[in-house]
Design a protein. Structure first.
Length: 455
């Protein structure tokens, strides 16, 4: 059975198959903006995309080409670099490395190509020049270049932005520009190239329009063209990217290349906290590191993120991580009980559920029904295949983190306060009191942690 996946453009579930004769499945996934740690909402999207990647790998072995970009120049990255007085490249390298480490901890397969916006300036300039030549773009006095939305009749097909809204520009005006605040707000036209402003510091490149930097949307059009060609099989991202980002990508790519940009569009839904989208601007976020410090494992987070249907919003709770740890423990016990000669595959329907629009709740339900039926004659290979598809790595059981007694926490709080007051004698005395209760207080610059004393 081929993978069936909801397509945001046609609003139907459609089978996935490579369109081109070489049989390569071309998959482009919008990547992170690297100016801070990605939060677990971002990782919901990347884990869902990893599930998709794994199903594609099973369906088209050795024939999948997965490209995911790094947005390493935009308003946010530049602002961060200026705030910290560090070069843009130093900031984006730090957060790219962190993103990679978190992806690895969450068992996400690396994409085959991970192009960066700053590494593809000439490709973006070429594309803008082609759009200008074909009458789809115009220059403004400040050295910027804008895409002329009215030159592309297909605009709005993905997001169903009403024509009327486009005309008065309310669709764009009412929507916060999450990446780049376009200087010009004339209707729905959007920036392809941004003329250099003092706020950009030394982050600018030469171009036929003078010094400046690319707009956000053009990077994905240019990088997918370079690494996957004019037409791709599947383009994905979180639902907030549908408009304007993906609508604009379609306009740029189709006007430049004169052909269909993507055969299939997929958008996964958001992770919420208390009913609100988890986001940096709302400040209601968790990072993987924060959860790890609380004693939760990355595998539990991955499980919890997969437990909800990817096209439905998921409300995040810490309880869901406890439930995930329990589920993982049951999977580990079951795996350990499997005998090499087993031939039965009770997990085939779970794989079919995943292939049916990534129905993870159904798949997990089927898996646990099989677990309750017991391990007799179950094929280890069949179990490992469904675990591979979900990306659940059971190899490292996590040691439960000991609960710190309230008495010890109280002493630690006291010690932290007297240390801040530079009362070293009292700080030493409290360290001894904490040790006498069997705990070690580890000091860092910005806080402390407590660990059971080594015997
Ligand atoms: P960004 O780093 O802001 O470009 O976002 C990276 C990815 O995370 C994009 O595909 C977004 O759509 C996605 N995203 C942002 N916030 C959330 C959220 N709360 N839940 C799920 N995905 C999100
Ligand atoms: Zn993109």
């Amino acid at each position: 059975m081929p993978i069936q996946l909801h397509d945001s453009l046609s609003r139907t579930s459609r089978p996935l198959a490579p369109a081109q004769a070489d049989g390569i499945y071309r998959f482009y996934n919008c990547g992170p903006t690297v100016y801070a740690a990605a939060h677990i909402g971002n990782f919901r999207t990347f884990v869902v995309n990893d599930l998709l990647r794994r199903l594609l790998d099973l369906e088209f072995p050795g024939k999948v080409k997965h490209v995911r970009n790094l947005t390493d120049v935009d308003d946010k990255t530049i602002r961060r670099s200026r705030e910290e007085g560090r070069p843009l490249a130093a900031v984006t390298k730090e957060w790219t490395d962190k993103f990679h480490a978190d992806c690895a901890a969450l068992n996400c397969l690396p994409p085959h190509v991970e192009p960066s916006a700053t590494g593809h300036i000439p490709e973006q300039i070429d594309m803008i020049a082609a759009l200008e030549k074909r009458g789809h773009a115009y220059r403004t006095d400040d050295g910027s270049v804008y895409f002329k939305v009215s030159s592309f009749p297909g605009y709005g097909a993905l997001s169903r932005v009403k024509e009327r809204e486009l005309r008065v520009g309310s669709a764009l005006a009412g929507k916060p520009q999450t990446h780049d605040a376009d200087e010009k707000e004339d209707g729905s036209d959007f920036a392809l190239w941004k003329g250099h402003k003092p706020d950009d510091g030394d982050n600018f490149w030469p171009s036929p329009w003078g010094q400046g930097r690319p707009g956000w949307h053009i990077e994905c059009s240019a990088m997918s063209k370079k690494h996957l060609g004019d037409t791709i099989d599947l383009h994905t991202g979180g639902v907030d990217l549908l408009f304007p980002h993906h609508e604009n990508e379609i306009a740029q790519s189709q006007c430049c290349n004169g052909t269909t940009f993507a055969h299939h569009w997929y958008h996964s839904e958001h992770l919420l906290v208390d009913g609100k989208k988890m986001s940096k601007s709302l400040g209601n976020l968790y990072t993987l590191d924060q959860l790890k410090e609380m004693g939760h494992s990355p595998a539990a987070l991955r499980y919890a993120l997969l437990a909800g249907h990817p096209r439905k919003q998921l409300n995040f709770t810490l309880d869901s991580l406890h439930a995930a740890e329990k589920a993982l423990a049951q999977l580990r016990t079951f795996r350990a009980a499997l005998q090499p000669g087993g031939t039965a595959d009770p997990f085939a329907p779970a794989l079919a559920a995943l292939q049916d629009d990534l129905n993870t709740p159904n798949a997990l339900g089927i898996i646990f029904t099989a677990l309750h039926a017991g391990p007799a004659n179950v094929s280890p290979a069949a179990f490992d295949r469904i675990l591979f598809a979900l990306g659940l790595d059971l190899s490292e059981p996590v040691a439960p983190k000991a609960d710190v007694p309230a008495e010890v926490t109280a002493l630690a709080e006291q010690r932290w306060a007297v240390k801040a007051a530079k009362n070293w004698a009292e700080a030493d005395r409290l360290r001894g009191a904490i040790a006498a209760l069997g705990w070690t207080m580890l000091d860092r610059k910005d806080g402390y942690s407590l660990e059971p004393a080594k015997k």
